[in-house]
Design a protein around this ligand. Structure first.
Ligand SMILES: [Zn+2]
Length: 453
């Protein structure tokens, strides 16, 4: 597309469904095209306008885009900035599509990764302002990861793959952890591909080697990279090996990301460990996370590198991340950190390093949940349901006895509690049980839980 096909303020672009979008301003540009703010039918939209000659198969690409618009976003529709309208043919030599504008308060994941963004000064000649971006809480960070996984699970369940996962494809609210997946124009039915390969650093090794095209399995690899970068703020394959190649030429990139990639924390191969002074985030953050998270990443970037079927599926990530969120202990003294940074004495009793409070652990299915005030239990744990959203229990302070905590039944079912003296009592919805070592809860459906010592 020549410069003549760029749009300017006031230009009117016909939409296939009828009416015209009026260009307000340019919002940004990338390798594939330009994004403009437009008005259509009295509402603001973002128009992605393609560089026609950068599309390998423009006719197929357009047809796929039209199909995605007709299908609509996968079920968790609010997680996607999905294509909504396509421009009409015939008016310009290229085309584009309209999507909703990302609401304010969201920032792309790459910016969070770097940690700041330079903002243009209000007055010309003044210094640019460095704006910092980070998650406001550990909970928001883990919630963002859960939302990313949830979006990809629904996309894959709809029989489609994203094909171009990278940090620029997510807008995140750093306060709440809400996520919007954008750049959905490469989404295609699993097994189909319209020319996109992926993004360096996020592409599965088999794509880098040129022996596979993007699909659900390569999406799974990229998803593990996205999660690793989100939590460790570093690249899973960039250690001392990669550092030795001062300039990452195409050949070196093929070697380190395609032919013989080595995970920086590979337990059986220390050739590519992170380097102090260069990869400090990786060194500092890795051990902060509980072992099940480190194991999931280790599997993703050792066996999962070369065996696509060994990659962790979205449902498993969801389980692990819900568990991780419950492992962020909110102590009554105000200290908030992962349970790994509490003293464990005896094994299942955490003691706060700040105030000395004891926090007991509830074992339920394969979850070990530290019972701090505010801990929530979800339906996926207390019932045999694939429901990660509905809260069925919460640790709260006893209204009448300050300093005494219990688990409140927020489900619709009657639980049975077995007390240490072997007495059994019904726990009706709205009722609760005290946090006592040895206490057992029968949630029904054969699901039991126990407070460990
Ligand atoms: Zn404390």
């Amino acid at each position: 597309m020549g410069a003549s096909c760029e749009l300017k303020t006031g230009d009117r672009v016909r939409i296939k469904d009828g009416g015209e979008a009026v260009v307000r301003k340019e919002l940004g540009r990338g390798g594939q095209g330009i994004v403009y703010l437009v008005d259509y039918q009295g509402k603001p939209y973002a128009l992605k306008w393609y560089f026609y000659d950068k599309l390998p198969h423009p006719a197929d690409f357009r047809k796929n885009l039209e199909n995605n618009i007709d299908d609509g976003a996968p079920e968790n529709d609010h997680h996607f900035l999905w294509p909504k309208y396509i421009t009409a043919t015939g008016q310009y030599p290229t085309f584009g599509y309209l999507m909703d504008v990302a609401p304010s308060g969201y920032v792309d994941m790459d910016t969070i990764y770097i940690g700041f963004k330079w903002k243009k000064p209000a007055v010309k000649g003044q210094n640019a302002i460095k704006e910092t971006y980070k998650f406001e809480s550990l909970d928001a960070q883990v919630t963002a990861a859960i939302n990313i996984v949830k979006a990809f699970r629904s996309l894959h369940l709809a029989g489609k793959s994203y094909q171009d996962l990278n940090g620029g494809g997510f807008f995140i609210n750093t306060k709440t952890g809400e996520v919007l997946v954008c750049d959905c124009d490469n989404v295609a039915p699993d097994g189909e591909n319209f020319g996109i390969g992926g993004f360096p650093g996020y592409m599965a090794p088999e794509i880098v080697r040129g022996v596979a095209k993007p699909d659900v399995l390569t999406d799974r690899y990229s998803l593990a990279v996205v999660l690793f970068r989100l939590f460790m703020r570093s690249d899973p394959l960039e250690g001392k090996n990669v550092l030795k190649s001062v300039v990452l030429t195409e050949g070196k990139e093929l070697l380190h990301y395609g032919k013989s990639p080595i995970f920086i924390f590979d337990p059986n191969n220390d050739a590519n460990r992170p380097v102090k002074g260069v990869h400090d985030n990786a060194i500092k953050l890795w051990n902060l996370y509980p072992s099940y998270i480190r194991e999931a990443f280790t599997r993703s970037f050792t066996e999962g590198l070369m065996s696509p079927n060994k990659r962790i599926i979205e449902k498993r990530w969801q389980e692990l991340l819900i568990r991780l969120r419950s492992d962020i202990i909110h102590c009554s003294c105000g200290k908030v950190t992962y349970s790994t940074l509490f003293n464990h004495e005896p094994h299942f009793v955490c003691r706060c390093r700040n105030c000395g409070s004891k926090i007991y652990t509830l074992q339920i299915k394969d979850l070990l949940a530290p019972l701090y005030p505010g801990l929530k239990l979800y339906r996926c744990y207390t019932e045999n349901e694939d429901d990660f959203d509905t809260i069925t229990g919460e640790v709260i302070e006893n209204r009448n006895r300050k300093g005494m905590y219990g688990i409140k039944n927020l489900s619709k079912k009657v639980w049975k509690a077995k007390f240490p003296d072997n007495s059994i009592r019904d726990v009706a919805p709205g009722g609760g049980v005290p946090i006592w070592i040895g206490l057992q809860i029968d949630f029904g459906d054969g699901i039991g839980a126990r407070i460990l010592s």
